[in-house]
Each structure stands twice: as C-alpha cells, then as structure tokens.
Design a protein around this ligand. Sequence first.
Ligand code: PBG
Length: 319
Amino acid sequence: MQVASLRRLRQSANLRDWISQTRLTPKDIILPYFVVEGRNVKKEIKSMPGVYHFSTDSLLKDISETKGIKSILLFGIPKTKDEIGSQAYRDDSIVQKATKAIKREFKKLIVITDVCLCGYTIHGHCGVVKGNKILNDETIKVLAKTALSHTQAGADLVAPSAMMDGQVRTIREILDKNGFDDTGILAYSAKYASSFYGPFREALDSWPQFGDRKSYQMDYRNSNEALREIGQDIDEGADIIMVKPALAYLDIIYRARQKFNLPIAAYNVSGEYSMIKKLAGGDKIREKELVLEVLSSIKRAGADLIISYFGKEVIRWLV
Ligand code: PBG
C-alpha cells in the first residue's frame, strides 16, 4: 500500500523553510547582562565562557555593537553585601546607575531589571533570613523598594525572581502608588529549584551559604503547582510570566501556553548554556546548530520570549 510521502517536502532547504512552523526571530531574544562597578571592565566569567562582567561604560559599548537587540535583562554585582541586601534598593547602586546610563543612550531598548536579593545578601538567599528561615513578608517589602528604585532609574519592566508569595502584588502596588502604572512586571512565576543555576551563582557570587532554595523555589517533580504559581502571579498583576529553567521544563511551557493568554518568557539558564558549550567543544558550527535547535524547541513549546546567554550570537545569525 502506498503511504503518504512525508519526505517529499523535506527535499530542499527552500521547501523546508517554506513549510517551517516555528520561527525564531531577533525580537524574541532577551539578552542577560552582568554589571559591576568600575570603568573599562570586561571580564570573562570563568564558569560561563563567552559571558562577561561589564562595567557600565563597557556595557554601553557592547549594546551599541549588538545591532538588532530589542531587550536586555540586568543583574548587578554590588560592591558590598549585607544581611538584608540593602545595596539592592539604594538609588546609587549598580543596577540603578547602569539603568540610568543605558536608558539615556538607548531610549528604545527595553530594559528589564532582575529584582532579587541573592546577589546582595551575605548569606546568598533570595530573602531576609531569620535563624534558618527565609521570611516572606519582610522580603517582599525589600523587593518592592528595590523594584521602585529600578523603576525610578528608568527600567521598563521589573522582574521579581525571589519566589516569595505575594511579591508581584506588592510590587504592583508600590509602582502604582508612585505613579509608575506604565512599568511592567515580568514575573519569574514558575521558577524551579534547579541544579542548572550553578554557573550563574558563580557569576553573581550568590551560592546560599546554608541550606538550599527549596523552601521557596519549586520542586521539579511538580507541574500542576506551576500553573497555580502562574495563575496567582497573573491575578496579582503580572504582565509577562516566566518559566525557568527552559529545556528541562518544556512541558511546563507547553501547559502554560494552553492555559494562559499572556506573553510567556522562558529562561534558558546558565547550566543549559554550559551544557551546549561543552557539547560543542569549541566547534562554532556545531554550537550554532545546537543553539538554534534548543531555542527553537523552546519557542515550539509555546514561549514568546527567550532569555539566552547566546543571545548576541543568535541575533547576529538571524538579522
Ligand atoms: C535568583 C536567580 C537565579 C538565576 C537568575 N536569578 C538563580 C538562583 O536561584 O540562584 C539563574 C539564572 C541562570 O542560571 O542563568 N534570583
């Protein structure tokens, strides 16, 4: 019996392109940046080859060299850390200064700032700690102050990533109260306690000094709970929701896409980045193929936006 030929439309690159369903475009990419104090700093992060710590001046230069870039996600490495992460919300802190400088020079660039405490606290946890507990309500107040100061510096969206209950609502309230009703919230809604964050924690020097993050980040055995987290963030005022990590959580992206209608971002995290780097072993062509396959799979699952450390190259390949 003659069966339909599924190979017929695979015979040339032109045909394959013509019927392709998933299209990765430069505008899908959110490029993460790590910003440090100082001048003229561009220092490769050991755990993430090809990713750098930039001082603000070098960061501006790097952005200007990345033609076609639409959005960035900023992480700050503060000069000093303390118990409550007070450098997170100071107006003269690193993210605030960098945001101001970036928005002054690149008015149209969408600047998103990560709102969390782990890079700012001595203990490396994402919240205020008492004894062995990570306190919820004390933390969300600090997160709200941080989000407000990022917004005052010019952030277009703030991205709370501490996984505290009620963080989105508290941030929405403080922004509205201060007249920033146009500032958006990209909520790290379904953020899992993942071993794929390892290289990032070296970049940010944010390893928890005791215990782990399992009392606030999600258990990877669960998926229904992710939908609850996302639903709750939407009720609290999230404009964009996020699933993180991406590659080991494509089912979560897919389920979120079926259930919710707002834009979905996926974070292709540091460990996923390193995995590809290792597998490609310095072969640039293999690396490109791997990156495009992985990022396309994340889009195919249903993500609209992808945070990727390969962002710069991807934009270069696609424009
Ligand atoms: C925490 C935060 C983490 C990442 C971004 N924000 C990880 C953590 O829980 O330590 C990880 C990003 C990555 O691995 O690329 N606020």
